[in-house]
Design a protein around this ligand. Sequence first.
Ligand code: ZN
Length: 434
Amino acid sequence: MATLAGILVVVGSLGLPATAQPGPSTTTGTDIAIGPAETQASRTDAGNVLPVVLDAQVADDGDHARFVVEVSDPFRMRLFTLAGPDRIVIDMPEVLWRLDRPPRPSGGGLIRSYRYGLFRAGNSRLVIDLNRPATAAEPLVVPPSHGKGYRIVIDLEPVSQPKFRELAGWPSDLKRREQAAVRQSDSRTASYGHGSAGRRVVVIDPGHGGIDSGTVGIDGFMEKDLVLDEALRLQAELTKRRYTVRLTRDTDVYVPLQERVSIARALDADLFISLHADSNPDTSVSGASVYTLSESGSDREAAALARKENQSDVIAGVDLSAESTPVASILIGLAQRDTLNRSSRFAQSAVASLSHTTDILAREPHRSAAFVVLKAPDVPAVLIEMGYLSNPHDCARARTSGWRDGIASAIADAVDRQFEVNSARAAANKQAAE
Ligand code: ZN
């Protein structure tokens, strides 16, 4: 009980009555009078005022855990659990996360880790990964006091595995909302125009985003931020070289893997480039590597990397039940062989180009595995791991503008070569046919 008392002290220091119960003093709705913290809400580019998450506290003694989040304005939340991996999802309207030093859970209690961020435009999430099956009541909202804003209190209690399985799943109304969002994005994608006449279309896919931060490097440097910045640089470089370029995301938002593939297909893209950065428990591992699609993987490490990158949808809490192709099985058809050959040619060329500007992974730098994001049957596609954020040298230079520009022009050189080869071959074929 000594630890539990510790929890109550932590909560007490937040000004929360230790015995808070649902009742007249608390509410989960939006009908609370707006308090002085209102001024801290922030305006988006579109002029909407978004609530701001200002602080978070975690206390966890293994028998009971409490998550307290301080916000500028109250908002409506939905809490549900998902199994395999077991987690608690708190769905909310779009908010701005302004956590200076997000608290780290001990990792040994009920809470293994947690993530937060934008799930899709207009919709943020907090996802709590569990060590053991646990459940939580609807979050309590405590009005401002003691100079603090509104506090959202989430209490976690252990529950048996069968009970957890029984409770787990999307609430039906959220599932309907999710399906509507997918339909909407499908029709948006279908309405994309093709590139201007004669221009090659390149789709750049910055991995992860929003609630899925990807690999976190030294000093909390996040893969999702690095790859977005790199994608914008590559877009500028390719646009200068007269390609039509589309990004699968151009803000810090999560995009489901299948949607990234659909964007490339709807645009009838000539090339799809997914940008990532890796990490390794062995901090001496460094350098760039380039991946193409294969069913089983060129080696165990490549297969493990694909499994890790394919986890993106699980991490964001995407509803996978409607997916026709399970993440684990990717079957490559005959028609795809030609696409795969073109992907491999680009991968080789990208490795050669990148070697002039950055270190290349010492082992075979062009490898293959079952990456979901590379599976469009008709679009040549590669996934570039630009380096290891777990390696101090890679991580330090990945922070520099010079290195990022170098990577962008190296990839653009490989793109140029890819299409020169293609047009040279097409010209030769044409001549032969005449
Ligand atoms: Zn990644």
